[in-house]
Design a protein around this ligand. Structure first.
Ligand code: KIV
Length: 271
């Protein structure tokens, strides 16, 4: 099994060889240089500048109002912090669906202005010609199937996708269409584990799961969820690896107490 050294930047080709080696691909989101650096130092393979930034950091109710400028701003910051991991940027809603020309121009701007190595877009067979157009001009594309948050209103909410035979078949054929169009990997979000495992076995490109069970070739979590910073959000698939929201409240509360009580700043913290 070839593991890239700490100094060798991850490429989309690594994704493909890791799938054939059975080496799991570790992905988290990041939205700024500080956390980009920390997750890169922690050894993740891929940093996704997700349009989830619009909900998690900007406080919007969905990803729908995320803009291209917003994604470029966050991706530039992340790119400054990340040395090794592959940086993938979400194309926001309406930046790639209107026409192939707009998709090429907008994805091209992301690549030119951020230094990221790939883009991600949502959708299956209907998006295949757009994926091909991007891949043909040298832009690597990650697909996204299952619960596609930019279609939350059409899907009737943030619900598991593919429980019914017909929907499951459609997700399977969408995955095949994306692979034929040239994606280097596919995110499977909120999909039953058995279906995700079946798609993973059938496809030559890696699947990255979120709420899609252990059979995927890799896993992705939204960083503030993983860190327990976004403590109001508790879906079944989420495992928290820290409780940072509690630590933030405690630390800032103690700072406030010390300022009000005159204990900070003391002589040790003054000039
Ligand atoms: O925007 C995002 O963070 C994502 C992940 C949930 C995969 O698309």
């Amino acid at each position: 099994m070839t593991l890239p050294s700490k100094d060798t930047p991850v490429t989309t080709r690594d994704f493909l060889s890791w799938k054939s080696q059975g080496r799991k691909i570790v992905t988290v989101t990041a939205y700024d240089a500080l956390f980009g650096r920390l997750v890169d130092e922690a050894g993740v393979d891929c940093v996704l500048v997700g349009d989830s930034v619009n909900q998690v950091l900007a406080g919007e109710p969905s990803t729908l109002s995320a803009t291209l400028e917003q994604m470029i701003y966050h991706a530039r910051a992340v790119r400054r912090g990340v040395k090794r991991a592959l940086v993938v940027v979400d194309l926001p809603f309406l930046s790639y669906q209107v026409s192939r020309e707009e998709a090429v121009r907008n994805a091209g701007r992301v690549m030119k202005e951020t230094g990221a190595q790939a883009v991600k877009l949502e959708g299956g067979a209907a998006m295949a010609p757009t994926v091909s157009a991007l891949v043909e001009i040298g832009i690597p594309v990650m697909g996204h199937l299952g619960l596609t948050p930019q279609s939350v209103h059409a899907l009737g909410g943030y619900r598991v996708q593919g429980r019914e035979v017909e929907t499951a078949r459609r997700i399977e054929s969408d995955a095949a269409a994306l692979e034929s169009a040239g994606v280097f990997s596919i995110v499977l979000e909120l999909v039953p584990a058995a279906l995700a495992g079946k798609i993973t076995a059938a496809r030559g490109v890696p699947t990255i799961g979120i709420g899609a069970g252990a059979g995927c070739d890799g896993q992705v979590l939204v960083l503030p969820d993983l860190l327990g910073l976004n403590d109001g959000f508790a879906p079944k698939f989420l495992k928290r690896y820290a409780s940072l929201a509690d630590q933030v409240r405690d630390a800032v509360g103690r700072f406030g107490d010390e300022v009000r009580g005159g204990a900070y700043p003391d002589a040790d913290h003054s000039f």
